[in-house]
Design a protein around this ligand. Structure first.
Ligand code: GDD
Ligand code: MG
Length: 366
């Protein structure tokens, strides 16, 4: 079976960090989000993954190349953003001739059993099957009204609060028959959720497959932080199982789980890391630095005695000696904070900025 992963969105709610990398490359407990998805698919014997890319796609290609385990990786780069259905149509030549295929939003952390969902799909003779997940507030998602035998009667994208047809939402994972390709207009932006699914539901050809497993959608920073917390709990203590290369903390370093430190990071004596912290490769914590509840992207330098709390620190940032960051701050890539300064209370700093005086949020610093 082939899979297409939609990974071409702009992730505007994750700026400034999404200005310089696609959402698919945001690290979740030490691995890019997309890598977790590819791990899952290749472990289940998916033959090829087609990455529908767009924005900053070079970075995705550089990271993943043309194979992931036994699974081949192909790229389908749209000339301009084609929405959620357009990219499927655009990749037609890569999808046709291989039977039904899987489509997955690239921003959903999940543990879908592809074989189980495929069995359901084939058993119903569906043209399309959507994985459905139950949530409290369906208005942020696509929500469905179910009829008999798991047939979807109605599909409503982002229903108004109070008008949700149910609490069962589109989990962003589909199995589609190749005939669906003919329903998607060519050459323009098309929404699967607003144009294709409502029509299929009316025609009675759309089915829902209940998915009750792990499901985390990453839209905004809160979601991203939650996903990191959940994954840190799983990988902490047993990183090998998840194919993560973790640093065994050197003597004199205190690590409070759940936490992840890449084996390509360095941590100085007297430093403290965790809980709920993740330190990516190339990052360096100097002596007595403290990181709590924070995600450090690649190559961050944290000066002696600096404290980072409940914050997200972009690639290549340099935090001066004795500086304090947090809580709730986001620093874009390559931000520099001078020695002894404080960046606090949900301040968001744009990439490349040099901070030369204390900053107290909530504020966006450009
Ligand atoms: N290639 C490509 N081109 N990918 C795109 C484009 C595009 O023009 N636009 C969006 N995507 C990708 C995004 O990167 C993301 O992985 C996926 O398509 C879904 O787009 P989002 O923008 O994240 O949509 P959403 O989160 O508001 O809603 C979708 O996901 C919900 C579940 O999280 C919908 O499918 C909802 O119905 C669903 O409930
Ligand atoms: Mg989304």
């Amino acid at each position: 079976m082939r899979a297409l992963i939609l990974a071409g969105g702009y992730a505007t709610r994750l700026r400034p960090l999404s200005c310089t990398r696609p959402k698919a490359l945001f690290p979740v407990a030490g691995k890019p989000m997309l890598e977790w998805l590819l791990d899952g698919l290749s472990a289940q014997g998916v033959e090829a993954a087609i990455l529908a890319v767009n924005y900053l796609e070079d970075r995705i290609k550089l990271r993943f190349g043309s194979r992931h385990g036994d699974m081949r990786i192909k790229y389908s780069k749209e000339p301009h953003p084609l929405g959620t259905a357009g990219p499927i149509r655009y990749a037609r030549a890569l999808l046709e001739g291989h039977g039904p295929f899987l489509v997955m939003n690239g921003d959903i952390m999940n543990e879908l059993s592809v074989a189980d969902m495929l069995e359901f799909h084939m058993g119903r003779g569906a043209a399309a099957t959507i994985a459905l997940h139950e949530v409290e507030d369906a208005s942020r998602f696509g929500a469905v009204e179910l009829g008999d035998g798991m047939r979807i009667r109605r599909f409503v994208e982002k229903p108004k609060p109070g008008q949700e047809p149910s609490r069962l939402i589109n989990a962003g994972m589909y199995i589609l028959e190749p005939e669906i390709l003919d329903m998607i207009p060519d050459g323009r932006k098309v929404s699967l959720e607003r144009e294709i699914f409502p029509r299929l539901a009316e025609e009675g050809r759309l089915f829902g497959y209940r998915y009750g497993g792990l499901w985390l959608d990453i839209g905004k920073f809160d979601d991203y932080i939650r996903a990191n917390r959940v994954y840190l709990e799983r990988v902490s203590g047993n990183p090998k199982r998840y194919r993560l290369r973790a640093l065994a903390p050197p003597a004199g370093v205190t690590v409070e789980p759940p936490a992840f430190i890449s084996d390509e990071a360095k941590v100085g004596a007297g430093a403290r890391v965790g809980p709920y912290s993740s330190i990516s490769e190339g990052s360096v914590l100097a002596e007595r630095a403290q990181v709590r509840g924070s995600i450090l992207f690649e190559g961050v330098e944290v000066g002696e005695g600096a404290i980072i709390e409940d914050s997200i620190i972009g690639e290549g940032c340099r935090i001066g000696k004795g500086a304090r960051i947090g809580p709730g701050c986001v620093l874009g890539d390559m931000v520099q904070v001078r020695d002894g300064l404080t960046v606090s209370n949900r301040a968001v700093v744009c990439h490349f900025k040099e901070i030369e005086a204390d900053v107290a949020g909530p504020i966006n610093v450009f």
